[in-house]
Design a protein around this ligand. Structure first.
Ligand SMILES: [Mg+2]
Length: 378
């Protein structure tokens, strides 16, 4: 806590690149992934309060950390951590042109750290600073059954049901006939009582997506995620008119302006921004608020991000009226499982199919520095 007169002046910003190998890699339509990376951002203040954030950095985390340390940090030191949106705009001015890519992912990590700092300074969890819808536990779905052999997908489906999940996401790819067969087999294994979503990671052409979308609707799938490439907004509009299964997308969006393209005509039923990509808590909150205004649901994307992203996503999930379901990765990830002193957003934390929201100040998590030392690559 700080005194009433404190300005929460920023004394230092530093970014630490992290990479960890994962034992059981993930296989999507885009390939096999054997390692995970992220950037941990630390904001320190003269009051002695320190906040943490995470930038999504699937590849090249050192490049992100260098950018944050050399370009963004000097813009912030000496200013008040309370002025989060002003600082966001100042960081955004580091590059001219449209917002997106590495710049916004780097800003995301700093923004999350600022929210953590302010929450700690006020002694309140971030979900309360965001308006306090007050969910203590949130619905979630298991992510994800790998795009693999039929036998492996069936085996993983059984394993995930036994963990206590009530909803599951399945990765699909090409060829289309194999994808439809996989979707059928998983539905057979889990039965009608489990919600199923499918994620194609934009594997399909428009015609292929129509075929898979019809099949998923017939199998009572809950949503069809990123069937086609994210830039193809006209393609999403065509799918929206052509298939009955609900479309989901948004993990590839960086800003509320990007997400608005999918939200304004309700091309998707679920928007899925990743807080460690889409400009942090500030911008992701705006996306979730826009979704609410257009009667579109908000589901935080977490994917292979680390524990700080999971904690920030849970804070948003607890607070945003449009929230529907949290992506809970059930496959081991050292940057999610070991980076905080207590698990956050992990399958081991499930309570009756829901995940608890951290209730401590800020993001409600403490960094495990042994893990930071183990995985840092700077
Ligand atoms: Mg996805």
């Amino acid at each position: 806590m700080v005194t009433e007169m404190s300005k929460l002046q920023i004394s230092d910003v530093r970014a630490i690149p992290l990479t960890a190998n994962i034992e059981e890699g993930t296989r999507t339509s885009q390939g096999v992934f054997g390692a995970v990376s992220m950037v941990l951002v630390e904001v320190s203040t003269v009051d002695g309060i320190t906040g943490y954030g995470e930038s999504l950095a699937r590849f090249g985390p050192r490049a992100y950390a260098g950018f944050i340390n050399e370009v963004l940090a000097p813009k912030l030191v000496g200013q008040s951590a309370f002025d989060i949106r002003r600082l966001w705009q100042q960081m955004r001015s580091a590059l001219s042109g449209r917002s997106g890519g590495m710049l916004v992912e780097a800003i995301a990590g700093v923004d999350i750290a600022l929210w953590d700092t302010v929450g700690k300074a006020l002694g309140q969890p971030v979900h309360r600073l965001l308006g306090g819808v007050g969910r203590t536990h949130v619905d979630c779905y298991a992510s994800s059954i790998n795009w693999a052999s039929l036998e492996k997908m069936e085996e993983q489906a059984r394993q995930v049901v036994s963990l206590g999940f009530k909803a599951i996401k399945v990765k699909l790819g090409s060829p289309v006939a194999r994808a439809i067969e996989s979707a059928q087999r998983v539905r057979q294994v889990v039965g009608p009582g489990i919600q199923l979503g499918a994620d194609a990671n934009w594997a399909y052409s428009l015609d292929q997506a129509v075929a898979v979308g019809h099949a998923l609707h017939a199998l009572d799938y809950w949503f069809f995620e990123e069937p086609i490439m994210p830039d193809d907004v006209a393609g999403y509009a065509h799918l929206r008119k052509t298939v009955s299964v609900m479309l989901a997308a948004g993990e590839s969006d960086y800003t509320v302006a990007h997400a608005a393209q999918l939200i304004k005509d309700r091309l998707v039923g679920i928007i899925q921004p990743d807080v460690a990509r889409a400009g942090g808590i500030s911008e992701t909150r705006d996306i979730a608020a826009l979704a609410h205004a257009f009667n579109v649901a908000y589901a935080p994307h977490v994917g292979w991000s680390g524990a700080v992203c999971a904690a920030a996503s849970l804070q948003l999930a607890a607070a945003m009226p449009a929230f529907t379901s949290f992506e809970c990765m059930f496959i081991a990830n050292p940057l999610r499982d070991a980076l905080t002193t207590l698990p956050v957003g992990a399958a081991t934390s499930l309570v009756d199919g829901q995940l608890p929201v951290p209730q401590g100040p800020g993001l409600g998590v403490d960094i495990n520095w042994d893990a930071v030392q183990r995985y840092r690559v700077d």
